[in-house]
Design a protein around this ligand. Sequence first.
Ligand code: TPP
Length: 260
Amino acid sequence: MKNKSLSTSTIPTWCPGCYNFQILAGVKNALKGKEKNTAIVTGIGCHGKLFDYIALPGINTLHGRVPPTCLGLKIAKPELNVLGFSGDGDAYAEGIAHLIHAARYNSNFKYFVHNNRVFALTVGQPTPVSEKGFKDKTNPKGTKTPPINPIKLMLASGASFVARVFADVKQVEWVTKEALKHKGFAFIEILQPCLIFHPDKGLKEKTYMLEDEEHDKTNLEEAMKKAEEFDYNSINENTKIPLGIFYQTKKPVFEEEIRK
Ligand SMILES: Cc1ncc(C[n+]2csc(CCOP(=O)(O)OP(=O)(O)O)c2C)c(N)n1
């Protein structure tokens, strides 16, 4: 799991065993050899600390503003690989309007959402993907609202690459490499239990890979059906969570269109 290249001297302050370590290692493995022309953008939250632990240039931007920051980088320097990282609060609460427009614009950057279904850095408030009834100090009787389904949202918003993986080094490395091969906006959600505020024990065991089935990732209708298999709300003994690439298509790329 250790990958010293791209390392910095900053000592991580993530909790011991945090799945963010797996995400960091997977991304670093995938970026080997691409160090010279890659930039990263991170949001605000535990995920955002990744900025300090990976030796790449970029911007640790405002809460929720990762997509427009990535878009700006791609407009200025289209030859750069640009990778953005958000938490689910960052992406689906503060930044949700930007997320929808990122899918619509189809700029050629890759966007990773560390989805631990909680605002972790601010110690455990519900996000738009926390299950109905989630309890914390701000909602002692449990929330009253159901979660959104980000995979369906991205498919409906026109994203040209939509994937979901578990926060496991190998899965993150694989999906990062696939996303880098894709020309256009790539949305990648990473299911990441938060050991302290949303442990989601046994979540990985409920997942399966679309790549092991005969899933046609060019078929939007099929992708929507697969997206509906997991509603982010009820996790029980019957829950099955598809992972992998739901959908991939070719669309005009924003920064190329404006140059014309
Ligand atoms: C505009 C703005 N609103 C709220 C905050 C406070 N804040 C800092 S971190 C954070 C939680 C981030 O949660 P998430 O994006 O899910 O990332 P995680 O910590 O779970 O990785 C919040 C709400 C802020 N810094 N800026």
